[in-house]
Structures are given as C-alpha cells and as structure tokens.
Design a protein around this ligand. Sequence first.
Ligand code: B1M
Length: 213
Amino acid sequence: MIIEEISLALQKGKANDVKALVQQALAEGYTPKDILEKGLIQGMNVIGGKFKRNEVFVPEVLVAARAMNAGQEILRPVLVKSGIKPIGKAVICTVQGDLHDIGKNLVKMMLEGQAIACVDLGVDVPAEKVIAAIKEHEPDLLCLSALLTTTMIMQKEIIEAVNKAGLRNRVKIMVGGAPVTEKFALEIKADGYAPDAASAAELAVQLIGEMHV
Ligand code: B1M
C-alpha cells in the first residue's frame, strides 16, 4: 500500500521518493491527514524507536527528518488554502537549546490550514528574540515547542520574560512537544497545551477567539 511505502521511504531517508509517493497518494485520493499521520509521522515514529534503542544514529535520523520535511512541503499547499483572510496571527518557535523542528513545522502547517498567519522564528530561540517578535508582530498567539526534557524549562522562562516585559495580557501562549504535559502547562501558567498538531490548530482557533471578544 502506498501509505506504507511512504513510511518506508522516509525511514530510509529517500526524500525524492517520499515527495513522489506523497504526490501519487494525493492523486490516488488519499487524504492529507492519512498521508501525514499513517505515512510520514508513522515512519518518523519507527525511526524514533530505533534511535532510542541505538539501532540508528543521528545521521540516519537527520536524513529521515529531511525526507519528512520534503513530504510536508508537498502537503502544505493542499492543507493551506490560499487567498483566505487570516483569522489571527501566531508567532511560533522551538525554544532555546532545542533544534527539533519537525513537530513545530507540523503545528505551523496545521495553524496555517486554519487561516492563522504564522511568523516562524525557527529553532533554538531565546526569550529576548521572542519578546522582540511579540513587539514587532503583535501576534494573538505565541506557540512554544520543546522536544527535550532539558529544554521544556525554557517554555517557563519565556512565559516569565513575557510577563516581565508587560506583554502577558497582549498574547495567549500555547505550549507543546513530546515531553510537555497538560499539568506542566498549567504549572508554568501557559494558556493552553496540545498533544498533537491537529489539536494545536483547534486550540489556536479557540485561543484567538478569546483574544478577540
Ligand atoms: Co532528537 N531526541 N535529539 N533529534 N529526536 C528525541 C526527542 C528523543 C526522545 C530520542 C530518544 O532518545 N528517545 C531524545 C529526547 C530525550 C529527552 O529529552 N527525554 C532526543 C535526544 C536525546 C536528542 C539529542 C540530545 C541526541 C544527541 O545529540 N545525542 C540531540 C539534541 C539536539 C538539540 O535539540 N539540542 C537530538 C538531535 C536530533 C536530530 C537533530 C538528529 C533530529 C531532529 C531533526 C529535526 O527536527 N529537524 C532528532 C529527531 C528527529 C528526534 C526524534 C527521533 C523524532 C522527533 C520528531 O520529529 N518526531 C525523537 C524521538 C521521538 O520523538 N520518538 C528525538 C515527529 C514529530 C511529528 O513529533 O516533534 O513530538 P513531535 O511533535 C508532535 C507533538 O509533540 C506536537 O505536535 C507534533 C505533531 O503531532 N507538538 C506540539 C510539537 N510541538 C508542539 C507545539 C504545540 C503543540 C503541539 O504548541 C505550541
């Protein structure tokens, strides 16, 4: 089945094959959601398990990540409808010390799919850069991603810095990433937590709505 082929090509890091297979799957009528969840994310999860068990190492994970991004680029225009007036604006990043961007990119893509304009600050982003971006772009929503137990704490530091800068009532803050939990989000006084990109988009719409009442 083509969805399994996508997962396998991603695991082997074959970016061009992933691109072609994603295109083919779309042409055959598979939904972007199935291609993403059962093909791309499933393949990345297999690599994640192998990485954990030391069956593959950083180079293999990097080529798989590149293949994942190649697949996402094909899906992006299908998920993001063009010409629709944005319902709000988000600033999104992966926090300082953390270079993982696949989940953040997925969240961004899903937000854009809900007509939320996104300013992407990239990875390894310190609090000062976030504060400067809030002042410059005046977003409704700040989205902070963290994939390492050692960098989750930066989400707390950034929220504290936003408080200190007197900007806390001007922006809603959503946190997420594999080690992050609802409980942690409450502890650090975020406005919301989402476990995956699809729920992140739903929550983003809700939080932006709350900003505009
Ligand atoms: Co890294 N890595 N990694 N890695 N890596 C993990 C995270 C790890 C769990 C692997 C493991 O050991 N089992 C482990 C963390 C352990 C821990 O902290 N508890 C780990 C480690 C240790 C490391 C290094 C330290 C390894 C080393 O160098 N020895 C190093 C750290 C580098 C750094 O950041 N400073 C490192 C490096 C890398 C690569 C560069 C090789 C590569 C990243 C490439 C890239 O992103 N461009 C990489 C990868 C790919 C992984 C795994 C295999 C996959 C992560 C991923 O992309 N998953 C990962 C193992 C795993 O997760 N199974 C691992 C797919 C993605 C779709 O899921 O990012 O969880 P995820 O995003 C989800 C949700 O979390 C959520 O939505 C997404 C989609 O549904 N979400 C949000 C994410 N952000 C959100 C924000 C929201 C809401 C929801 O609101 C704002």
